[in-house]
Design a protein around this ligand. Structure first.
Ligand SMILES: [Zn+2]
Length: 305
């Protein structure tokens, strides 16, 4: 569905669940789409063959699986996303495969299908079988200005969620597309190998500094000023998760013994969620070790003090 935001920017929102995301259609001199995680019917609403430019916030399937439909557009990614956008092996290793082989005793053996027919991702027995790889016609850097006509978008590097994760800011109207810094009630996601909690926190603080008037996140609802309150609430998830782990470590624990307790993810609706919770725990434990609040010995974690 196409909803006007600020002329000539429209919000494009699909109806189906994951792998969908919020996208922008900018009806400017350079017709532009930001992210393409949209089902086929919604993609057609964008008149895809008349789109000149596609900007992707990062190389996750739910943000790029529609790229194939914009055949006349130049497609751009942050330079750190370029390899994962083009190469399913690079994407698969960062998204699930390398952490799985490090953290899980059994090989990955699930059929994991995302998307619409023809736009799918499939992992079977530790191998990525299908992946919506994208062409990359150019790369951008943080601070680059994309002049679309009336709209000038500035690329803002916002790492933490995964390598290359970026937002786009239209300064004149105070409009930020923040992708997977989505301010959701459930909290931030940092399960890719390249995800990093400290970088994620810095990126949220960067958004607070920018102080946009309106934020379009990659998922969920548009957020209007005051942004700072929403950002602060989103930031609190990190310290709350640290505290949850420290409470569990009242008695020494292995990473294994922290699992299957829904401590971060309230419902394991897909088997991969159990694994991703484990990845996020490991990232918190390593951070707490860095802060001197936890120590580790032979796979057992102890709370210091
Ligand atoms: Zn993502």
């Amino acid at each position: 569905m196409k909803t006007p935001l600020i002329e000539p920017v429209h919000l494009i929102k699909g109806k189906t669940p994951f792998p969908n995301c919020n996208c922008l259609l900018i009806e400017d001199r350079t017709r532009t789409v930001v992210d393409t995680g949209m089902e086929h019917a919604v993609l057609l609403e964008c008149d895809p063959l008349k789109v000149d430019l596609v900007l992707n916030t990062h190389a996750h399937v739910d943000h790029m699986h529609g790229n194939w439909g914009f055949q006349n557009a130049r497609i751009g990614f942050h330079r750190f996303s370029e390899a994962a956008a083009q190469d399913q092996e690079v994407f698969g290793q960062d998204y699930i495969l390398s952490m799985w082989s490090r953290l899980m005793p059994e090989p990955l053996d699930l059929e994991y299908v995302l998307g619409q027919p023809g736009e799918r991702m499939l992992i079977r027995k530790s191998t990525m079988v299908a992946y919506p790889a994208s062409r990359v016609d150019f790369t951008f850097e943080s601070g680059d200005e994309l002049d679309l006509g009336r709209v000038k978008l500035r690329a803002v590097y916002l790492p933490g969620h995964c390598r290359g994760h970026s937002g786009f800011y239209w300064e004149k109207e105070g409009l930020l597309f923040s992708a997977d810094i989505d301010f959701s009630e459930g909290g931030p996601w940092y399960y890719s190998e390249s995800a990093d909690i400290d970088e994620f926190i810095d990126s949220i603080n960067r958004i607070i500094e920018i102080d946009p008037r309106i934020i379009v996140p990659g998922h969920g609802r548009v957020i209007k000023a005051p942004i700072k309150e929403a950002a602060r609430r989103f930031l609190e998830h990190f310290s709350r998760r640290d505290e949850t782990i420290l409470r569990q470590l009242a008695r020494p624990c292995t990473l294994e013994s922290l699992m299957n307790r829904n401590l971060i993810i309230p419902e394991y609706i897909r088997p991969t969620l159990i694994f991703w919770e484990k990845v996020m725990f490991l990232k918190h434990l390593n951070r707490l070790i860095g802060l001197g609040e936890v120590r580790e010995e032979e796979g057992v974690y102890y709370r210091v003090s």
